[in-house]
Design a protein around this ligand. Structure first.
Ligand code: XMP
Length: 510
């Protein structure tokens, strides 16, 4: 297992992902962890990440020199400068900044560069202001870019460093370099697989729960479904899932959850039909934040009364928290302050209920969660799902929400997604959905004039939802979608496609 010490780079999570993609387990921790803690964690290898500081800055992330003798070490960008600094090399600022694509020349085709050719030029991603002017005594350079050192290693010990970011996609042979470290240098075993993870978690959950009862709120999304399926595999009928139909779900969504989780996997599932309650509460409300607030409050109360019954004897609550939510992150400005983001979204449970939390996915990234879900037998249409916002279709019917608008939106949205799937494009899109616009426009159908609603289509690519690009559909697919929606959904005579990126627009329209 690989310990990644986060010196504040925006790419640190990518290092963990590349390592895990090579089937080696990895965790991210702040560099302030003590040597005793690190020894007890027992890493097979240690990675020092990049970071925005200069090694000579006051309060810059640092580690003890002794760390370099605990396990093989890989320093990336700031990590390389840190090793140079600790070991008596020279790191200087300014002058030779490199940002973006660069070419590195391999001077020593072994170690991290095993499989490369002597003198090979390879495209990498650089992002540094400081550089290593002189490698430390006892070290040799392994690569350069221009007149700058781009890599070095210790002459005897397994300590390696690179100035560029091997973890980002733009570094063409970056994955190979990381694998050379994992398997060539650290001799890791590639045994981190979904099956292995499931066995391990099932054993842990059984030991923790014993013969007690557990409840779980299902949203129909990937995370809560996979978390529930995993806990169900461990304890079967001791788990009760609660699913709230808010009336703001997509076409046939409740039936799909009931079929998959209830009938297919055989879970104890309580469905709460609360459509009327939500639609009544939303009647006459048009302001987006107000709509969100109303939905949030009612959701809490509905879940509360449902869990009061089901959770009477429950000792634990399952949550689909993922690794990015729990990483002890080092804020870029504040140095290694190791603030832990808490996403314990247990608000809404009765105050006098005391639950332990089971968060079986808290070590996983989204793509790993999907693989675990597949291994657990969840259908592709569930594990490959696009994200769906908590307030549901209420924020995709602009302005006031009515059963009429929801009905039109559901049918248009279903056609849209059906055509995207049929064209094989669903997996490459981050999110695709239809939006109901509360305006009408003039059209002509047959011989008559129409005056009907407009449906907007949104599809974006993104890696985390923070930034997004509009998706460039093949025109024939857009044409088919528009035709079908206008022909098959009464009340719509015009379809438009949203070509705004985020920022400045957001992904959702409200
Ligand atoms: P925006 O619209 O802010 O959306 O660009 C970014 C991502 O967050 C989702 N989203 C929400 N998810 N509750 C949620 O659980 C919400 O109120 C909410 N609003 C937006 C959105 O679907 C996208 O994936």
């Amino acid at each position: 297992r690989i310990l990644i010490l986060d010196c504040g780079s925006q790419f640190t999570q990518l290092i963990a992902r590349r390592v895990r993609e090579a089937r080696v387990y990895s965790e991210i921790h702040p560099p302030t962890q003590s040597l005793e803690w690190i020894r007890a964690w027992n890493p097979t290898g240690i990675v020092l990440s990049g970071g925005p500081s200069s090694v000579t800055d006051e309060g810059a992330p640092t580690v003890s020199r002794e760390l370099l003798d605990i396990a093989p070490v890989l320093g990336v960008c700031y990590g390389m400068q840190l090793i140079a600094h600790l070991e008596g090399g020279a790191v200087v600022g300014g002058g030779r900044r490199e940002y973006g694509r660069a070419e590195v020349v391999v001077d020593e085709p072994s170690g991290l560069f095993a499989g490369f050719d002597q003198g090979e030029r390879t495209t990498v991603w650089m992002s540094h202001g400081d550089h290593v002017e002189q490698v430390p005594p006892g070290y040799v350079a392994t690569a350069h870019s221009g007149s700058t050192c781009a890599g070095f290693r210790h002459e005897q010990k397994p300590i390696y460093a690179i100035q560029f970011h091997s973890e980002v996609h733009h570094t063409v042979r970056g994955a190979e370099i990381i694998q050379n470290f994992l398997f060539g240098v650290c001799h890791c075993t590639p045994d981190w697989t979904p099956g292995h993870f499931i066995d391990q978690e099932v054993a842990k959950i059984r030991a923790l729960v014993g013969d007690r009862q557990v409840i779980c709120g299902l949203s129909g999304g990937v995370d809560s479904s996979v978390a529930a399926a995993l806990v169900h595999k461990a304890i079967g009928d001791q788990l009760t899932c609660i699913f709230v139909d808010t009336g703001l779900l997509r076409l046939h969504e409740r039936e799909q959850v009931e079929r998959t989780m209830g009938q297919h996997l055989g879970m104890k599932l309580i469905t709460v039909r609360a459509e009327d309650r939500f639609l009544t509460a939303l009647a006459g409300v048009g302001e987006p934040e107000r709509k969100r607030k109303i939905i949030g409050e009612h959701f809490i109360r509905v879940f509360e009364s449902a869990s009061e019954e089901a959770g009477k004897n429950a000792a634990f609550l399952v949550q689909g928290t993922l690794y990015p939510d729990v990483i002890e992150s080092v804020s870029a400005k504040g140095g290694p302050s190791a603030t832990i983001k808490t996403h314990h979204n247990v608000g809404g449970l009765p105050k006098d209920m005391k639950f332990g939390l089971i968060e079986p996915l808290r070590e996983l990234f989204k793509d790993e969660v999907r693989n675990v879900g597949r291994e657990l037998g969840l259908p592709e249409e569930m594990v490959g799902r696009h994200p769906f916002p908590g307030p549901g279709l209420a924020i995709r019917v602009l302005g006031e929400v009515s059963p009429y608008a929801l009905d039109i939106l559901r049918r248009a949205d279903a056609i849209y997604l059906e055509e995207i799937r049929a064209a094989g494009l669903y997996p490459e899109i981050w999110q695709a959905f239809a939006v109901f616009l509360p305006v009408r426009s003039v059209g002509v159908m047959g011989d008559g004039r129409t005056y009907e609603h407009v449906i907007a289509l949104r599809a974006v690519t993104s890696t985390d939802g923070m930034t997004a690009d509009w998706y460039a559909f093949p025109h024939d697919v857009l044409g088919r979608i528009s035709n079908r929606i206008i022909n098959e959904v009464d009340g719509v005579n015009r379809v438009v496609y949203d070509i705004s990126s985020k920022p400045p627009a957001t992904i959702e329209w409200e």
